[in-house]
Write a protein of this length. Structure first.
Length: 124
């Protein structure tokens, strides 16, 4: 939080600061060599765009509702345990104080239902 406070101090015009802390259920590791995911992505000539990657996900329903960890090629790419949201607001001329005991801070924790955003395309 020290880096965040230094950034806020450098920009006194800031009125609101948000910090989002995402905690994964398991530490990320790359696909193992010769695994399904390894072989699948090694065969591709170029990187998959976000839309193509989301389309490959094995853990969404037809409406894009996230049903579990982000899994593609039988590999868990991301498994979010929870998301903490912190917000601090400026009070008059005083600078924002980034600390968890501030009267001008709000904190919330996400529900355990996440949705993968639908990719935005420029196609008609």
């Amino acid at each position: 939080m020290k880096k965040l406070q230094l950034e806020v101090d450098a920009h006194p015009e800031i009125l609101l600061v948000m910090m989002i802390v995402i905690t994964e259920a398991h530490q990320f590791h790359s696909p193992k060599e010769d695994s399904t995911a390894w072989e699948m992505f090694c065969r591709q000539q170029e990187l998959a765009c976000f839309k193509d990657f989301v389309d490959m996900m094995q853990t969404t329903n037809k409406d894009g509702q996230w049903l579990g960890p982000v899994t593609v090629g039988n590999h868990s790419w991301c498994h979010i345990a929870n998301i903490d949201y912190y917000a601090w607001v400026k009070d008059g001329k005083d600078k924002i104080s980034i600390n968890k005991d501030s009267q001008l801070m709000a904190h919330g924790v996400s529900a355990h239902t996440y949705s993968i955003p639908k990719p935005v395309t420029n196609e008609p």
